[in-house]
Design a protein around this ligand. Structure first.
Ligand code: ASP
Length: 584
C-alpha cells in the first residue's frame, strides 16, 4: 500500500514512529520559519510540519504545493506544542522528511471544508469534490450503515434479498412511468419500475416466504422540492401473515436501526387509524412529538348567533399552552398566516384564558364568559392558555388547523429534534374519488386488500371501504407504507372493475398477476420504506438529496454529467423514434 496509516488514526502514543500518509492538501499556512499543511483523507486530517531552518529545500517545495494536490508524505510523528483538542489527531503532527506529489490539482471551484463558499448548483456540478467534505461523506457513511443494519436485521428474520428486473412493463396506475424504447421491438417500450410491487407478490407465489430488496425506483412526477426521479426503497414482502405480524416485524426493524445507527435504546410505536389521525391532527402523518390535539366544538358553538360557526360543517380548535399573553399584533399576524393561500383558512377565532381566570376572545359579542369557559374545559385548558379555532368545510378546515398546529409546535419549540415519535397509521380508505376524471383511484395501489368486513361495501359504497393498509410515520414524516394484499383472482378482478378497468384492460395489464393467483397464492402482505428519507431523518436533515451520492437537482437534471441530453439522430432511428419539436 502507498501508506502506513490514514490521516485520521495517529495519536500521542504513536509519537516517534516513522509513517507514510497519503491524502489531499486541504490548507497550507506559512508562518515565517514554519509551514503547516492539513492533509485530508476519508478518515480525518493530520497536520504536517515543515521547518525552514532544518530543511530549507523541502519547506520551499511544500510552499509551492496547491490546494487539493494529492500527496504522499513520509515523516516522524511528533507531539505538538500547540495542541488542537477539536481534532482527533490534534495532539500530534508529522515532521515531514519526504514529499511526493502523486497528482496535481486545479484550484477547486469552492472551498472543500466544513463551511464552504460553494452554492448548491456549483457543488452538484462538482459533486466528487463536495463528497470530499466531511459533512457529505458522513451522510454517505450513515446511509451505508443504515443499509448494512437493515440487511443484518432482515437476514436474521429469514428474509432473503432478491433482485427484480429494472426493465418492466408500463402501467397507467400510480405515477407516470419512465419509458425505455426497445430497439429490437419497434414501437414497443419498457418502463422503469415505480416499485417492485407485482414482482414481490410473485415471489410470494413462488414460495420465497420473506423477501426484501434495497432497490432503486423511478417515478416521472413533476418535481417538488424534496423529490428525486430515482430514489431507493427498502422493499419487503411476507407470506402467511396478518397485518399485526407485518407491523411488529418492521417495528423491529425500526428499533434495530434506532439502536444500531442512532444509539437510541428506547422507541415506542403508537397506532392510530387514518380516521382518528385526520380528526385529531388534520393529517395522515401527524407529528406526535407534541399533543395539541384537535377538539371539535360544533355542539357548544351552534345557534348562538355567530354565523361563521353556524354555517360551518366543522368548528375545531387547538389549545396552545401559555400563549394567552399573545399581543393583538401577534394574533393579527397569526390570522394572516392562516389566511395565506397555502393554508387557506378564512379567518381565525381566538380565546385567551387569562391568568386571572377571565376570558377574552375575538367573538366576545356572541359568547358569554361561561360559554368560553365550557370550550376551554373541552381542551382541559388552564389559565394562561390560548385557544385557536377554525371553522368551515370539514376536510379543508382540518387540513388548515393541522398546518397551524405544526406552526405553533414549531414556535413553541415542541418539535424536539432529539426526540422520536413513531406511529403506524392504519385503516386508510381503499379508494379516493377524483372529481376531474370522475372515477375512483386506489389510495395505496390496486393490490391492497380491503378490510374483510368492508368487502360487501365495494358494490354499495366503494368510497367507504377501508383498506388493510398502513403507513409508518416518524416525527410527522412518512417513512414507509404497505398493505395486506389481495391474493385471489375474483377479488382482484372486482378491484380493477371498481377502478374502472374493463375486464380486457385488466387482463392486458395485470393478467400475469391474476393468473399467478390461480396457482396457489399464499396470503401475503408487505411494506416499502423510503430509504433516502429515512437516512435524512436519522441524519437530522430535511433534504434527501444530502444522502444521495449523485442526486438530481430540482429540475430533475444531473448537472454533473449533464443529463438528460439530446442523442444522435442515428440512435433515434435505431429506436424507431422520431423527435417532434414544437415548430415541426
Ligand atoms: N409498493 C408500495 C409503494 O411503493 C409499497 C408496498 O405496498 O409495499 O408504495
Amino acid at each position: 500500500m502507498l501508506r502506513t496509516h490514514t490521516c485520521g488514526e495517529l495519536r500521542i502514543k504513536d509519537t516517534g514512529k516513522e509513517v507514510t500518509l497519503c491524502g489531499w492538501l486541504q490548507r497550507a499556512r506559512d508562518l515565517g520559519g514554519m509551514t503547516f499543511i492539513d492533509l485530508r483523507d476519508r478518515y480525518g486530517i493530520t497536520q504536517l510540519a515543515f521547518n525552514m531552518n532544518t530543511n530549507k529545500t523541502l519547506c520551499t517545495q511544500a510552499r509551492e504545493l496547491g490546494r487539493e494536490y494529492v500527496l504522499q508524505i513520509t515523516g516522524k510523528v511528533t507531539e505538538r506544542s500547540n495542541k488542537n483538542p477539536k481534532m482527533l489527531t490534534g495532539d500530534i503532527e508529522i515532521i515531514v522528511s519526504e514529499v511526493k506529489v502523486l497528482n496535481k490539482a486545479q484550484t477547486p471551484p469552492f472551498t472543500i471544508e466544513e463551511d464552504t463558499d460553494g452554492g448548491d448548483e456549483l457543488r452538484m456540478k462538482y459533486r466528487y469534490l463536495d463528497i470530499r467534505r466531511e459533512v457529505v461523506r458522513r451522510n454517505l457513511e450513515l446511509r451505508h450503515r443504515m443499509a448494512l443494519e437493515t440487511r443484518k436485521y432482515l437476514h436474521d428474520q429469514q428474509f432473503i434479498e432478491v433482485e427484480t428486473p429494472v426493465l418492466i412493463k408500463s402501467t397507467p396506475e400510480g405515477a407516470r412511468d419512465f419509458m425505455v424504447p426497445s430497439r429490437m421491438h419497434a414501437g414497443q417500450f419498457y418502463a422503469l419500475p415505480q416499485s417492485p410491487q407485482t414482482f414481490k407478490q410473485l415471489l410470494m407465489v413462488g414460495g420465497l416466504d420473506r423477501y426484501f430488496q434495497i432497490v432503486k425506483c423511478f417515478r416521472d412526477e413533476d418535481l417538488r422540492a424534496d423529490r428525486q426521479p430515482e430514489f431507493t426503497q427498502i422493499d419487503c414482502e411476507m407470506s402467511f401473515v396478518t397485518r399485526d405480524d407485518v407491523l411488529e416485524t418492521f417495528e423491529g426493524l425500526a428499533k434495530h436501526l434506532f439502536k444500531s445507527v442512532k444509539g437510541v435504546d428506547h422507541v415506542e410505536f403508537n397506532r392510530i387509524s387514518y380516521q382518528d389521525a385526520m380528526r385529531f391532527y388534520g393529517t395522515d402523518k401527524p407529528d406526535t412529538r407534541f399533543g395539541m390535539r384537535f377538539e371539535e366544538l360544533n355542539e357548544l358553538t351552534k345557534d348562538k348567533g355567530f354565523k361563521v360557526f353556524d354555517n360551518a360543517e366543522l368548528v375545531v380548535g387547538i389549545c396552545t399552552e401559555g400563549c394567552a399573553e399573545y399581543s393583538r399584533k401577534q394574533l393579527d399576524a397569526l390570522t394572516e398566516w392562516v389566511q395565506r393561500p397555502q393554508i387557506g383558512a378564512k379567518g381565525l377565532v381566538y380565546v385567551k384564558y387569562n391568568p386571572d381566570g377571565s376570558f377574552k376572545s375575538s367573538v366576545d359579542k356572541f359568547f358569554k364568559q361561561e360559554q368560553l369557559k365550557s370550550w376551554a374545559d373541552v381542551f382541559s385548558a388552564r389559565p394562561g392558555d390560548l385557544l385557536l379555532i377554525l371553522a368551515g368545510d370539514t376536510d379543508a378546515t382540518r387540513k388548515a388547523l393541522g398546518e397551524l398546529r405544526l406552526e405553533m409546535g414549531r414556535r413553541l419549540e415542541l418539535r424536539d429534534p432529539d426526540m422520536y415519535a413513531c406511529l403506524w397509521v392504519t385503516d386508510f380508505p381503499l379508494l379516493e374519488w377524483d372529481e376531474e376524471t370522475q372515477r375512483f383511484y386506489a389510495m395505496h395501489h390496486p393490490f391492497t386488500s380491503p378490510i374483510r368486513e368492508d368487502i360487501p361495501l365495494l358494490d354499495k359504497d366503494p368510497g367507504k371501504v377501508r383498506a388493510n393498509a398502513y403507513d409508518m410515520v416518524i416525527n410527522g414524516v412518512e417513512i414507509g407504507g404497505g398493505s395486506i394484499r389481495i391474493f385471489d383472482r375474483p377479488l382482484q378482478e372486482k378491484m380493477f372493475e371498481v377502478l374502472g378497468f374493463t375486464p380486457k384492460e385488466a387482463q392486458n395489464q395485470f393478467g400475469f398477476l391474476m393468473q399467478a393467483f390461480q396457482f396457489g397464492a399464499p396470503p401475503h402482505g408487505g411494506v416499502a420504506f423510503g430509504f433516502d428519507r429515512w437516512c435524512a431523518l436519522f441524519g437530522g436533515s430535511e433534504t434527501i438529496r444530502d444522502y444521495i451520492a449523485f442526486p438530481k437537482n430540482n429540475a430533475g437534471r444531473d448537472v454533473m454529467i449533464d443529463s438528460p441530453s439530446p442523442v444522435a439522430p442515428e440512435q433515434l432511428k435505431e429506436l424507431h423514434l422520431k423527435l417532434i419539436t414544437h415548430n415541426s
